[in-house]
Design a protein around this ligand. Sequence first.
Ligand SMILES: [Fe+2]
Ligand SMILES: [Fe+2]
Length: 312
Amino acid sequence: MPSDEVLAFQRWYEKAGVRRTPRRLLRPGEDLDRYSFFPRHLIPHMEHPRVLKDPELARYLEAQYLFQWLNFTAHFEVGVVNRATHLISTGRAGIECPPDVQQGAFQIYVDEGYHSLYSLDMVRQLEARSGIDAVPYDFDEYLDGLDAVGHDYPGHGRLVQLLQVVTFETLVTGILLDVPKDPTLIPEVREIVQDHAVDEGTHHAYFSAFFKRLWGTLSVSERQMVARWLPDLILRSLKPATTPTANALRAVGTPEAEIREIIGDSFSPAAVVGGIRRSSVNTVRLFASMGILDDAQTHDAFARAGLAPEEQ
Ligand SMILES: [Fe+2]
Ligand SMILES: [Fe+2]
């Protein structure tokens, strides 16, 4: 009987995007001006009056938002997801895993490597075709923030890395849902996001089951410690990146005061938490289904973060 984690991987060799899909190439001669780069309703600063009044700036920021999301994806998959799948697949996760669970982690490792590859491939193709250069992207700021959770508990580094991945891989962001359906977007961008969303459905099933396995190995005191980290892991996983937006505005000569104004108005704390809450519904539901939020202090920690289930 296969382990719960790998039921969704039964036909990986036929269904995984890396095995099944061709390289997504922009059609020769395709005019990108007919399409949008990214859904504007998913870009926090796109509704700002200073952006709206300048269509050329809006188009540039739309392209840069796509570039930064693809660059983020390329870094995150190999830097965070595969840091943990490497541990699981090579039997170094710190918990007993059956061989098929290890093999499933190797399959995810391959999937994520391919997601990174085609994300960067699409950035390069779009730069060449559009003539818009991607603003240099720095992943370290995000990674440092994510790795800061649990930092006060040395000796639990591997556990934190596993939890980062369980959290992120069970989130459902609007990007994976909305981009494939939007006919106004560049077709090949829609295709890679659709390819990605299919694989992530499998990963979601794997990590939901893996979290239950992991949780089952923890002592009562470890469970209390871990439960308090979870809201922060969700917030830091989904915290919108303002630095790439500021860098994009700076690259076209926007004055610093105006950059601060656009960022401050567009990324208000209430709007940011609202977006995070929507994307984390499934993850919080998973934790709640396991009784994790029945503990009053844990529930309070989720409520303080604006993530309690009754607020979803
Ligand atoms: Fe992925
Ligand atoms: Fe994934």
